[in-house]
Design a protein around this ligand. Structure first.
Ligand code: ADP
Ligand code: MG
Length: 698
């Protein structure tokens, strides 16, 4: 296969291929579209389409697809072949600019939350030329956005691109105020760290809960879990190492900068991190990464679990969204500068993020809300559902000094006056990192840690970009009108610190006392579940902000609210149905069969010698019978609760009912089932246990 440098990006129609296969004129024109968003001429599109098709066919492709990210599910694609009949009875391979730019998948089954009227159920896909096309199997995949004929976004990509544009627009205004008129555009970059579990396919197949819901719905605590911390960064097992090696190769061929991998805290849990890149590309890459992770696992007889909480009592999986803002010249605006003036600019961007996170805590919480992620947030393993910011002691001290006009007592005592002093460099300190904060400053970027492992990173970045754009807009409006720029800058930074410092928390976010302090003394929001937070998507302040930056229309927000809650309800209903089914058809019969066996043993013993007490057998049979009775009762109760749901009138009410009754009943059914597991002979237990699953991959 050659060395990595030979095959890296070999399946991507990237800049190198474009340069080599397009005429200078076409290349220049396409570059202008990619870099500056210039409109694409159809003649250019035709030329690109032909070059793309020839390149793809030379790499074995026979089909093409417009690859997009619908509102649920991972990614969607519909394959069309390049073939077109030729008059001599053969075929030619064809692909036009029109087919490249726009597709019309008959995608009427994708959720639209009422956006597509039934008479026009179709939407169309539009090429995103900023994200390179690539080959998967025998298909050329063209990254696209997915919209309705009314122009409403039906996917996650469209609002993400709009949010990037909103932030670009406002950040440029700020940079101009600082005298920087060379910068052409400002972009956000993301490096998402992806956690996952690996289990063997053989065991996976024996667990209906894993197959239907992606997580275990039953399972007693194993004798050994993660308490020894011996898995974290431990030696990678041979089968896992072989998996990671092939995964890297596949990702590299697709131009994905997979960089680090290591074992995570829980047994069977691992992490993969790529090198960061522009947000929309990082989003496409993360979707592809999740897909390839599952494909490669299948080749190794493994299953990659991307669920946020596959095992109760064991750490779940998240995704860390490392996020920064930089200019087209590569200057990171979240990095303290070399000169006092650059520092002032850095502090302004920092303040914009602080203000944005505080003003839109609810949107950030909403952006990571799913039924799966609700199991993590606030479970002493992931950040709590309360959003707060970690800045670190040094930066915190700088902000305090500015707020109170007192000398900053860093290395040498200096009065912090913006535009005069040089800030200390905030090098990230790996020994003193706060891993419990939902939103941590790590030297030159922020790490948003609340995302669930299976989430698309689009949602979190849409909200983050938009909220920061809004803060920058407020600053730019004021500064553009200011008579004394420096004085007003200083005042604005001071005021932001004063008004928003309640969101800054440098302590232990896993501590219960923090939740009390955050909610009771600081008034921070604590939306524990998806059902709790989702209605706030439609709060006036959120709708106003998101529509004013043209990230979403009001209709799009309403549709997203519907879809997210529908998804929440469906997920939990499927879980509940699976539980009832497993309890009734697998667990209760297994426990009863074992009880019968134990009872038979007692009868046999008594027949031999009637004076044998058989107290072990008698006691066990009694306990097992009591448990099977309880399992039957609880399964019926859950089943009845599910039937009652169908009377709920709207999605919000249904979601609340599910949160309050179904989840509780699921918990009640699990208790006797898990207890029965600890009393039933292993040979009778109908499925692999936690110990089998967690320690099964050698
Ligand atoms: P950790 O200790 O959290 O694993 P790393 O240094 O490995 O931290 O970085 C985690 C992720 O952050 C990587 O994906 C990396 O590429 C990304 N990252 C680094 N710098 C930036 C930046 N300026 N903007 C966005 N992401 C970044
Ligand atoms: Mg991290």
């Amino acid at each position: 296969m050659g060395t990595v440098t030979d095959y890296f990006g070999s399946l991507v129609f990237d800049d190198r291929v474009m340069k080599a296969t397009l005429s200078a004129k076409v290349y220049a024109s396409l570059k202008k579209t990619i870099d500056e968003g210039a409109k694409l001429d159809i003649s250019v599109a035709n030329a690109v389409a032909v070059a793309m098709k020839d390149w793809a066919v030379a790499h074995g492709a026979t089909h093409y697809t417009h690859w997009f990210q619908p509102l649920t599910g991972i990614t969607a694609e519909k394959h069309d072949s390049f073939i077109s009949p030729s008059p001599d009875g053969g075929v030619i391979m064809e692909f036009s600019g029109k087919e490249l730019i726009k597709g019309e998948p008959d995608a009427s089954s994708f959720p639209s939350g009422g956006l597509r009227a039934t008479f026009e159920a179709r939407g169309y896909t539009a090429w995103d030329p900023t994200s390179y096309a690539f080959i998967k199997g025998k298909t050329l995949c063209i990254p696209t956005a997915f919209c309705s004929y009314g122009g409403e976004a039906l996917d996650k990509k469209t609002p993400l691109l709009r949010s990037m544009e909103a932030l670009n627009k406002q950040a440029l205004r700020i940079l101009r105020l600082f005298g920087n008129d060379k910068v052409k555009c400002v972009r956000t970059s993301v490096g998402p760290e992806q956690e996952y579990f690996l289990v063997t396919k053989e065991m996976y197949d024996q667990r209906p809960d894993l197959r239907f819901t992606g997580r275990t719905l039953f399972g007693a605590k194993p004798p050994k879990g993660q308490e020894m911390d011996d898995h974290y960064f431990g030696v990678i097992k041979p089968r896992v190492a072989a998996y990671m090696e092939e995964l890297n190769d596949e990702l590299w061929k697709l131009g994905i900068l997979a960089k680090t991998e290591h074992n995570e805290v829980a047994p069977a849990q691992h992490e993969l991190a790529p090198i960061y890149t522009t947000t929309n590309i990082a989003t496409d890459h993360n979707q592809l990464t999740m897909e390839i992770m599952q494909k490669v696992a299948a080749k190794h007889g493994l299953v990659c679990l991307l669920h946020e909480k596959p095992f109760a009592g064991v750490n779940g999986s998240g995704k860390h969204n490392n996020w920064s803002i930089s200019t087209d010249a590569g200057v990171n605006l979240l990095s303290p500068g070399e000169t006092p003036y650059e520092n002032a600019q850095f502090l302004l961007f920092l303040c914009a993020v602080i203000k944005a996170v505080d003003d839109y805590q609810d949107l950030l919480r909403i952006s990571v809300a799913t039924a799966g992620n609700d199991h993590r947030l606030g479970a002493n393993e992931a950040p709590p559902a309360v959003v707060s910011i970690f800045l670190g002691d040094e930066l915190n001290a700088v902000l305090e000094a500015i707020e109170t006009d007192t000398p900053y007592s860093g290395a040498e005592k200096t009065q912090m006056k913006l535009g005069v002093n040089v800030l200390p460099k905030f090098n990230r300190d790996t020994t003193d990192r706060n891993r419990t904060s939902p939103f941590a400053f790590t030297g030159n970027k922020f790490e948003f840690r609340m995302l669930g492992s299976s989430n698309s990173i689009a949602c979190a970045n849409i909200m983050l970009n938009s909220a920061v754009a809004e803060a920058l807009k407020i600053y730019a409006d004021r500064l553009e009108a200011a008579e004394d720029f420096e004085a007003s800058l200083h005042e604005m930074i001071k005021k932001t610190i004063k008004d928003h410092k309640h969101i800054i928390f440098n302590g232990n976010g896993y501590d219960d006392s923090w939740i009390k302090e955050a909610t009771e003394n600081r008034g921070l929001l604590n939306y524990r579940t998806t059902a709790d937070c989702m209605p706030h998507l439609l709060d006036k302040k959120n709708v106003d902000m998101l529509t004013s930056h043209k990230v979403f229309s009001e209709a799009e927000l309403k549709s997203r609210y519907e879809i997210m809650l529908e998804n929440y309800c469906k997920t939990i209903i499927i879980e509940a149905n699976t539980m009832v089914d497993m309890a009734k058809t697998q667990i209760a019969p297994a426990v009863a069969a074992y009880a019968k066996e134990v009872a038979k043993t007692a009868t046999t013993k008594k027949a031999l010698d009637s004076t044998i007490a058989c107290s072990y057998e008698t006691g066990l049979v009694k306990r097992l019978s009591a448990l099977t009775d309880r399992i039957a009762i609880k399964a019926d109760e859950l089943e009845n609760a599910l039937l009652d749901l169908h009377t709920a009138e709207d999605i919000g009410t249904e979601a609340n009912a599910i949160r309050d009754t179904i989840l509780a009943k699921m918990g009640e059914l699990r208790v006797p089932c898990d207890e029965a597991e600890t009393l039933t002979a292993k040979t009778y237990w109908p499925m692999p246990t936690y110990a089998d699953l967690l320690f099964g991959v050698k």
